[in-house]
Design a protein around this ligand. Structure first.
Ligand SMILES: [Zn+2]
Length: 356
């Protein structure tokens, strides 16, 4: 029998076949004193959902009732407009109880009235810039790495550009990224007064949308990473973001630090806990849905990507919150089984006349 530091190779072909199967499944047969068939996953740290959840950030309340999140410290950049919306304030009736106040859905979803969304967009522009007519440019987001250098006339396009990142150095425009669980990332160049906004779901993150965006800012504006500041907005947290094998293999194929982004989290699905026997026979040992599930920390993934792109650790702010945990404050696609509004994360170069 040969042995290595972490595993033993057994001579029995049946045992070898079992070990190979377990290895493909990310499992290892426990070799030390446990009953046959007892397995444990290897490679990932274990955590409870509550250890991973971030407290809800405290929104500002604009005069028009819109509740939004500012990045601490960014108010010092008087040339900059920025903000992350919440679901609070606004005119939408599509996602709330009949007797609840209107909400701030900022995406033209199938369920909501177009006038309500258009009105909400003006309210957000007013909350951030003081002028409801400030041009707002959004994208038809497609989980790509397509980046758009936006200019003023883009705000009047009947159909938005397709893409998942935007940048501009033109004053007087707001760039807006729509999310309801995915991670919005805002970037500002303190020296050249250029700005960018990115949509980073797991697909965009694996495709390195933020890293590509920082590279593109260098080409378009001469931005140097050391002059950039970034803010990672609210999205689904590692507490709630259970993922499947295709997500894990996507990250493992792209990032040397991939495994640091995942945690094994105990299943909190009430149905699984209440009726474990319903699920016991459906999967191989170690793959029971009652056991731990892999969760992804998309916020940390994008923070790491910003570091890889050359930003300084102190230049990256995480606004906090989890869209699924804090559904009274945020829209969550997953948390409401797809029936959700959208938040907007906006950034722009303030018009000179309106600078403080
Ligand atoms: Zn959560």
């Amino acid at each position: 029998m040969k042995s290595s530091s972490s595993t033993q190779v057994h001579s029995d072909p049946d045992v070898q076949a079992l070990d190979a199967l377990l290895e493909r499944a990310g499992l290892v047969r426990n070799l030390r004193g446990k009953a046959a068939g007892v397995t444990r996953r290897m490679r990932f740290e274990r955590a409870q959902p509550e250890e991973l959840s971030a407290p809800a950030p405290a929104p500002q309340v604009a005069n028009n009732g819109v509740q939004w999140l500012a990045v601490p410290g960014w108010e010092k950049m008087s040339w900059l407009w920025h903000g992350f919306s919440t679901r609070k304030g606004g005119l939408s009736r599509a996602y709330c109880a009949d007797d609840a106040p209107g909400e701030l859905n900022l995406g033209f979803t199938a369920s909501d009235a177009r006038e309500a969304v258009a009105g909400n967009r003006r309210l957000l522009a007013e909350a951030i810039t003081g002028d409801p007519a400030t041009p707002l440019i959004t994208l038809r987001q497609i989980h790509s790495t397509v980046l758009v250098h936006a200019v003023g006339k883009d705000a009047a396009r009947p159909q938005p550009w397709k893409g998942d990142g935007m940048m501009t150095d033109e004053p007087g425009l707001l760039l807006g990224i729509q999310t309801a669980d995915c991670i919005p990332v805002l970037v500002a160049d303190r020296k050249r007064h250029a700005v960018a906004a990115f949509h980073a779901g797991w697909r965009g993150t694996v495709k390195r949308i933020v890293e590509a965006g920082v590279g593109r800012m260098r080409l378009e504006f001469g931005s140097r990473p050391e002059d950039l500041v970034a803010a990672i907005g609210p999205g689904i947290g590692a507490c709630c973001y259970g993922i499947g094998d295709e997500v894990l293999s996507g990250f493992e194929s792209q990032f040397a630090y991939a495994r640091e982004l995942f945690r094994e989290v105990d299943d909190t699905d009430a149905v699984h806990i209440k009726y474990p026997m319903l699920f016991l026979t459906q999967r191989a040992p170690g793959h029971s849905p009652i056991g731990p599930k892999l969760h992804l920390d998309l916020i940390e993934a994008n923070r790491r990507q910003l570091l890889d792109a050359g930003l300084k650790p102190g230049s990256i702010k995480v606004v906090g919150g989890c869209t699924n945990c804090q559904r009274e404050l945020f829209f969550s696609h997953r948390g409401s089984q797809g029936h959700a509004g959208r938040m907007l994360s906006v950034i722009g170069v303030r018009k000179p006349a309106s600078r403080r």
